[in-house]
Write a protein that binds this ligand. Structure first.
Ligand code: MG
Length: 211
């Protein structure tokens, strides 16, 4: 990866481990040859740097969905609250300006398309087949499950379904993403690939061609 992107990644707020990010980048390089990539949970753009820099190489697109008002655990008083993300006018969390600044600094504005709403709103009108869906939005079970159910049908044959924050032990973190990951596996539509730390990677089985 390019050095300027590496420096930006370091300087960008976020919760993605560098090894996980590198794996995302590698997957996105392959996935973006199949179709555009889509992530749920942009935050300040750290994962968009990893995925978007891969999409730029293949002249593909990353759609990045976030309402930008912070997830449950990022609200004031919660574990991941960051006072630097408060909008001085509305006094609410606003990560959109940080996300846009990241894209601008990385020169990714022609590659990454921000979609500013809850993911189920965008899903209502979605028709485009996707090379990769990366689920890293709300970690509440119902929301993560909805993200999986609404977006995974758009994954193309041999495309990727990737989850962040897969913890199999409740002592390490919330189990909701893992429960949804298991549901995806149980569908038998995906093959399981090796994980990288908390990054769970599934691949859509090849469509059976009827002749
Ligand atoms: Mg995450």
């Amino acid at each position: 990866m390019m050095n300027d992107i590496d420096r930006l990644i370091e300087a960008t707020r976020g919760f993605m481990d560098p090894e996980e990010g590198q794996r995302l980048h590698t997957i996105a390089q392959e996935a973006s040859l199949l179709g555009p990539c889509l992530e749920i949970g942009s935050y300040c753009g750290k994962s968009a740097l990893y995925i978007g820099s891969a999409c730029r190489k293949t002249r593909s697109i990353l759609f990045s969905i976030d309402h930008h008002r912070g997830s449950e655990e990022q609200q004031p008083g919660e574990l991941y609250f960051d006072p630097g993300l408060i909008d001085p006018v509305t006094l609410e969390i606003d990560t959109l300006r940080h996300f846009r600044a990241t894209l601008q600094a990385a020169g990714l504005e022609e590659t990454v398309v921000p979609i500013v709403c809850r993911s189920e709103v965008a899903a209502k009108a979605w028709k485009t087949g996707l090379g990769m869906v990366f689920i890293d939005g709300s970690h509440a079970y119902e929301s993560a499950l909805l993200d999986y159910r609404l977006w995974s049908p758009h994954i193309l044959s041999r495309g990727f379904l990737v989850f962040h924050d897969i913890f199999k032990d409740p002592a390490e973190g919330g189990l909701a993403p893992y429960r949804v990951y298991c549901e995806a596996l149980e569908s038998r539509l995906f093959d399981e690939l090796p994980m990288t730390k908390t990054l769970g990677v599934l691949r859509r089985k090849a469509a059976i061609k009827h002749t």
